[in-house]
Design a protein around this ligand. Structure first.
Ligand SMILES: Nc1ncnc2c1ncn2[C@@H]1O[C@H](COP(=O)(O)OP(=O)(O)OP(=O)(O)O)[C@@H](O)[C@H]1O
Ligand SMILES: [Mg+2]
Length: 366
């Protein structure tokens, strides 16, 4: 048995300076095993990672010290003579369970003798526990944030729907009643002397009431498009497209159909908001003369695209931190178990694509 600097070799082995340097100088754990998995040589990095002294490995078998289901893999490497690699393989130290689950990148390389039989195995390991745990924590907090965003979104839409109902039912009806009252007062006064003194301000009031009713109507639709509940997503998108068209020079077309009941509940409003934001972007940024919204079922998904023939979106836009409109669209699509993409079209303009699973086809819960 020869102890060489930071490594130990448990059987007399003719080694070169290169091999010694590889063991001693490596920051990774390096272990040489015989074909029955007895330790032949380990380096200091391995002993330290195991919380042991170099001598503790002498005359020991790897799987006596560390029983694990990895034995089948080691046996396979001996039988096949083919190396094995794995990333972030979990391992629980039986002699130190308080360390919790640890994770290792590993490479197991067979060393063959002159007959081509596996004589030794070189095991190289890197402790990636910190990386894996950090990634788990990040994934967890991302999932929490997503769940929070989802519930905030749902609450926001519920509150908007409630406000829309209140505005429509209470304020809208009150304005109608006041208008009717004013109209009948104007009719009653028509025969009165100096009737003009009364009817002129009444007409002004009625005009103001009409404006207020129009504002209530606009706000109600913005808060919760009644069309969505009454006639479905396509009709609501058509109404939205028509309203954009009425503002300026943009022609806005809606193509395709969706079978009734093909969307999970609450997805219609999410898709409507995506189309609404995409059309807002076309009007604000695209300098386009035509926008086409198309809705169809492709395989097991509902796919909606919003194309325009404008100047085309900047390729780097999706990485911009303040691109909240696009981020919101992507978030809504991902929350729905779907996907979102925005890209410059080959010849001209931009295409936004959102796809969500058909009702009952969703893989994972929210
Ligand atoms: N259809 C489009 N054509 C050309 N550029 C677009 C189009 N849609 C988006 N963009 C570009 O992408 C950027 C990001 O869009 P995004 O909707 O995220 O933000 P925004 O519209 O600038 O602001 P807001 O947060 O109010 O939506 C826009 O500023 C614009 O430069
Ligand atoms: Mg926007």
């Amino acid at each position: 048995v020869g102890i060489i600097a930071a490594t130990v070799s448990f059987v007399p082995l003719s080694t070169s300076a290169h091999v010694d340097a590889l063991f001693d100088g490596s920051v990774s754990c390096v272990v040489l095993l015989d074909r029955a998995f007895n330790f032949i040589r380990v380096n200091q990095a391995y002993a330290a990672a195991c919380g042991r002294a170099l001598e503790d490995f002498e005359g020991r078998n790897h799987f006596d010290l560390y029983p694990s289901d990895a034995r089948a893999i080691f046996e396979q490497v001996v039988a096949s003579g083919r190396p094995y690699r794995a990333a972030a393989r979990p391992f629980l130290f039986p002699d130190a369970p308080e360390r919790g689950m640890t994770y290792w990148d590993l490479a197991l390389t067979p060393i063959v003798d002159e007959q081509g039989d596996v004589e030794f195995l070189l095991l190289s390991l890197s402790d990636v526990t910190d990386h894996v745990l950090t990634r788990h924590r990040l994934e967890e907090s991302e999932a929490q944030l997503r769940a929070l965003a989802g519930s905030l979104q749902a609450r926001l839409e519920a509150e908007r729907a409630h406000l829309a109902r209140e505005l429509h039912d209470e304020l809208g009806q009150a304005l109608t009643v006041v208008r009717l009252g004013l109209m009948s007062a104007a009719v009653d006064c028509a025969e009165c002397p100096r009737s003009e003194a009364v009817t002129a301000p009444v007409r002004t009031m009625m005009r103001r009431i009409d404006e207020a009713a129009h504002t209530v109507q606009r706000l109600t639709t913005w808060l919760r498009p009644a069309m969505l509940d009454e006639s479905g997503l396509i009709a609501a998108v058509e109404a939205e497209a028509a309203s954009w068209q009425s503002y300026g020079r943009l022609r806005c077309r809606v193509r395709g159909t969706l079978p009734p009941g093909c969307l999970e509940p609450a997805l219609d409003i999410a898709l409507f908001r995506i189309v609404q934001e995409a059309l807002t972007n076309v009007v604000r940024h695209a300098e386009a003369s035509l926008a086409v919204v198309s809705c169809r079922v492709v395989g097991r998904s509902v796919v909606i695209t919003i194309r325009d023939n404008g100047r085309g979106v900047d390729a780097r836009v999706s990485t911009r931190r303040n691109a909240l409109g696009l981020a919101g669209m992507r978030e809504r699509a991902v929350l729905a178990g779907g996907a979102f993409d925005v890209r410059r079209r080959r010849r001209r303009g931009t295409v936004v694509t959102v796809s969500v699973p058909l009702r009952g086809e969703r893989q994972a819960p929210l």
